[in-house]
Write a protein that binds this ligand. Structure first.
Ligand code: ZN
Length: 126
């Protein structure tokens, strides 16, 4: 009999990871499917298809020709989704690094970058 280091249950069948069959399966699932990182990426991509902005554009014209146009305001979807993607991305990266899960860490890092970009877009800075 072995004792699982995660849930402290004793189990008869030895697994490669040294965890009980339940935790072993959970560990494999987590390593193969970085769900949180993927969800973070999806959230970060939402503003590309949907936006809710409150903008005001001001045009400056001289002799009937537009010489400059400024857009000020905020895109609330981009801002909200961006902040959420950054938070979820960080939450996905930290355990992935601890688990030596390069795929999860990479995808999570990508979600953080995407989130930062969406926040900048939401503020009309890019
Ligand atoms: Zn266990």
């Amino acid at each position: 009999m072995d004792v699982c280091p995660v849930c402290s249950e004793s189990f008869a069948e030895p697994t490669v990871t040294g965890l009980c069959p339940t935790c072993d399966a959970a560990e494999r699932m987590g390593a193969r499917k970085p769900m949180l990182a993927i969800t973070a990426l999806i959230v970060g991509a939402i503003p590309f298809v949907f936006s809710m902005s409150n903008t005001r554009s001001t045009t400056f014209s001289r002799n009937g020709q537009v010489v400059a146009e400024t857009v000020t305001g905020m895109d609330y979807v981009a801002l909200g989704a961006g902040v959420l993607a950054v938070a979820m991305g960080i939450a996905a990266v930290v355990p992935s690094i601890k688990r030596n899960d390069g795929k999860g860490a990479g995808l999570g890092g990508l979600a953080v970058l995407l989130g930062v970009y969406q926040v900048l877009r939401g503020l009309y800075l890019v």
